[in-house]
Write a protein that binds this ligand. Sequence first.
Ligand code: DC
Length: 256
Amino acid sequence: MLVSPTQEFRFRKSEPRLSASRVVFALAASDRPIIITIDGPAGTGKSTVARQLAGRLGLDFLDTGAMYRAAAAIALDRGLDLSDPAALIAAVQDADLRFDWSQDPPSLLAWNRPIDQRLRDADVTSVVSPIAGIAALRRLMVEKQRQIGAEHRRLVSEGRDQGSVVFPDASVKFYLDASPEVRAFRRAQQLRRSGMEYDAEQVLEEIVARDRSDSTRPDGPLVCPSDALRVDTSSIPFEGVVDELERLVRARVNVD
Ligand code: DC
């Protein structure tokens, strides 16, 4: 929500005995709600960019992909039959997924235990997209994300549907993009750094398949909202993307 001059005027009127210096302090230490959404496909650096942007602006950071990955890890680890969404929903509810906000980045807990280490495993990555397409699971996650947004009212939220579905009234919406080739190259670099074997062509094929699965599902498909600022990260290093997003936010919202 953008803070209009009218809102600031009302704030001053309701505090008639504040001295000028206290007014400045009160405005500077504002807890005005600000929600910034960052959506886009895999390999655009959304998580890195969102986390750094949140740090620079002093906002909390929500990684919604981690929530779908946690659901996928639960399904795999409990040997759940994926043709039965009810069993998955029951397990996810029983796990009481929630973030530990005392950690940076916030750690995701399932059954009160951190599950972060499991989320990037190859088996989780290979099943998460179809699992994220299960309508009942999306409803549950959207509800949880809105609840988080209600409790953490100064938030950078990153995912696929944050601006289009979860927070349609977000203060600023971004959509990060990059060509599939660039995204596949980045993914290959990540795999190389972690000492894993990979086949470049297969990495590209997986990226294209995941794009197709994420953007063609009926619920919460990956789309660029019409009011989002689209940023192509293909030829800009992540640090430059964060600079640009910070500039765009500060030009639109009074963050401090
Ligand atoms: O961003 P990521 O790679 O961690 O996301 C994991 C999967 O979850 C990916 O297939 C997209 C999906 N996802 C989603 O459908 N909606 C979100 N808000 C976030 C992620």
